[in-house]
Design a protein around this ligand. Structure first.
Ligand code: ADP
Length: 509
């Protein structure tokens, strides 16, 4: 009854008679009915997996001869042909001469247990492979902060071998001044459940074995295993990232300084050149006026060229100064009506507008727009001035300006019926001093569009052109709109309005 009531199987082997008996539970492991005829030991040994048979015979031998415990795990063939993992135990009875006369024990199906163990082992292996190969330091601690596990990356980051860390308090990895705080954090968290660390990713300082401080990104999570609390800390070394950031900032600062220096130089040089140039211009004019009769034709022509060149250089310098003054920041932000600023641009161009009878037609402009109005007007003044200047001979310039919402602001489009240009020039024309025509045909310095681009880029926008020779041009200006909450950046130089009047770019040279 006891044997039947047990979940495990029982076997009994009469060795001299070579008669084997298996309990119904034992037979069930092999898929056999309770009345199955067992017979002799061959019943068992014939069914043991060929790879395990040697090990089984050994185990029995050692048990008989040295009384070593008999408790093997082995595979045995089921009635259906597949193998079942079993665990057996047994005890032999020896006669007075020391010969085994009987052996009995238990047998148990452990296939399911083994499958579970195998799955667990594989999962542990996988997990270990992940933590072992991780570039981040991964540590587990108990609730007291004692390190229980550490991966190889700990040595790379903190200089301690994993086995040196296991058993130490996690405090060894925090700079001395933070240690007390760290203990408090853990205690506080355990008592209250509130935490600034657990469940969050933070940038903190760690300390290397050699004493240097390491910037790290720390993520701590908690795992509850029964009553045990395990903290898992992942630390990423930010040294390289911080270096790269510092280098980039340094580089940007140097670049800004060089830029500012260049602009200061450009401004000062242009300014200082104006005075002697003005003298050359004035005195050439004076000579032409007062000594015209005393000069022959060649002398007069030479002086006229001299005066004209001085005037042209004056225009170049004015535009160069305007370029260096065209701020590359947001400037003072205000709400304004774009139509008003385009109107202002036309007023500034009133002479050229009247002479050419140009028309400017505006459609779909936003009713209100937040940006720097002076710079906005300046850009459109340059574009309209070009459309007038580059109109085909004998044709009235017709200009259309429209707008549509675009990205974080508006896309303004100005199209004209001008002479146009080859598409491959559409990008070059924004470079300083880039011109497609000789000054004798169209006056100008080649700075107007460079100034436009500097202003628009400074506002965070973009300007580009599309054109075909003889088919007019189209200029696109994407201008991001600033929100009321955006901080407006005051111009870093005096405001345009206080400086010399902005050269009406492309003015009569
Ligand atoms: P500038 O007009 O003083 O030469 P810009 O920088 O304003 O300088 O323009 C650069 C060049 O781009 C001009 O010389 C001209 O060849 C070309 N360009 C600019 N606007 C137009 C336009 N609306 N139609 C045709 N060509 C243009």
């Amino acid at each position: 009854l006891v044997v039947r009531g047990m979940a495990i199987g029982v076997w009994d082997w009469d060795i001299p008679a070579n008669s084997l008996d298996w309990s119904p539970n034992a037979l069930r492991i092999l898929g056999l009915g309770p009345d199955h005829e067992v017979g002799d030991a061959g019943f068992f040994f014939d069914r043991v997996h060929p790879d395990d048979i040697g090990m089984m015979q050994d185990a029995i031998q050692r048990h008989f001869e040295h009384n070593e415990p008999y408790a093997p795990d082995f595979r045995i063939r089921h009635k259906d042909g597949h193998y079942v993992w079993c665990h057996a135990t047994g005890q032999a009875i020896l006669d007075e001469a020391g010969n085994p006369v009987r052996m009995a024990g238990s047998i148990q199906d452990i296939t399911a247990d083994r499958a579970i163990n195998e799955a667990r082992r594989k999962s542990e292996q996988r997990l270990r492979a992940i933590t072992q190969s991780a570039v981040d330091a991964v540590l587990t601690t108990n609730a007291k902060g004692i390190i229980e596990q550490a991966n190889p990356a700990c040595e790379y980051i903190f200089g301690y071998r994993p086995d040196e860390l296991v058993g130490s308090n996690i405090r060894v990895l925090t700079p001395t001044e933070h240690r007390r705080k760290h203990d408090y954090y853990i205690r506080h968290y355990i008592e209250t459940g509130d935490s600034d660390i657990v469940g969050k990713v933070r940038e903190v300082e760690g300390i290397h074995k050699d004493g240097h401080v390491i910037p790290i990104e720390l993520a701590v999570t908690e795992y509850k295993a029964g009553d045990d609390r395990i903290f898992i800390a992942t630390a990423r070394d930010l040294t390289a990232r911080k270096h790269a950031e510092a280098e980039r900032e340094n580089f940007i600062a140097r670049l800004e300084e060089t830029n500012a220096e260049l602009e200061r130089f450009n401004f000062a040089a242009s300014h200082d050149l104006r005075e002697p140039l003005r003298m050359i211009g004035n005195f050439s004019q004076l000579l032409l006026k007062n000594y015209r009769e005393e000069l022959d034709d060649d002398g007069r022509r030479a002086l006229e060229i001299c005066a004209g060149s001085a005037q042209r250089m004056q225009a170049l310098l004015d535009d160069l100064i305007s370029f260096s003054r065209a701020s590359d920041d947001l400037g003072q932000i205000e709400a304004f009506m774009p139509a008003d600023m385009i109107e202002l641009a036309q007023q500034n161009l009133s002479d050229a507008m009247a002479a050419s009878q140009a028309t400017v037609h505006t459609v779909h402009l936003p009713g209100s727009f937040r940006a720097n109005p002076t710079r906005f007007s300046r850009v459109f003044q340059n574009l309209i001035s070009n459309s007038i200047k580059y109109a085909p001979d004998g044709e009235t310039p017709r200009i259309q300006i429209s707008a549509a919402p675009y990205e974080q602001g508006w896309l303004f489009t100005l199209s004209d019926n001008g002479i146009g240009m080859k598409p491959e020039y559409c990008e070059q024309i924004f470079e300083p001093f880039k011109r497609l025509h000789p000054a004798s045909k169209y006056s100008g310095t080649g700075m107007g569009l460079a100034i436009c681009r500097k202003i628009v880029n400074g506002a965070g926008g973009r300007i580009w052109a599309e054109s075909q020779p003889g088919k007019g041009s189209r200029f696109y200006v994407y201008w991001p709109e600033r929100q009321e909450t955006d901080a407006s950046v005051p111009a870093n130089r005096q405001d345009e309005a206080n400086g010399p009047a902005p050269a009406q770019h492309g003015g009569q040279a």
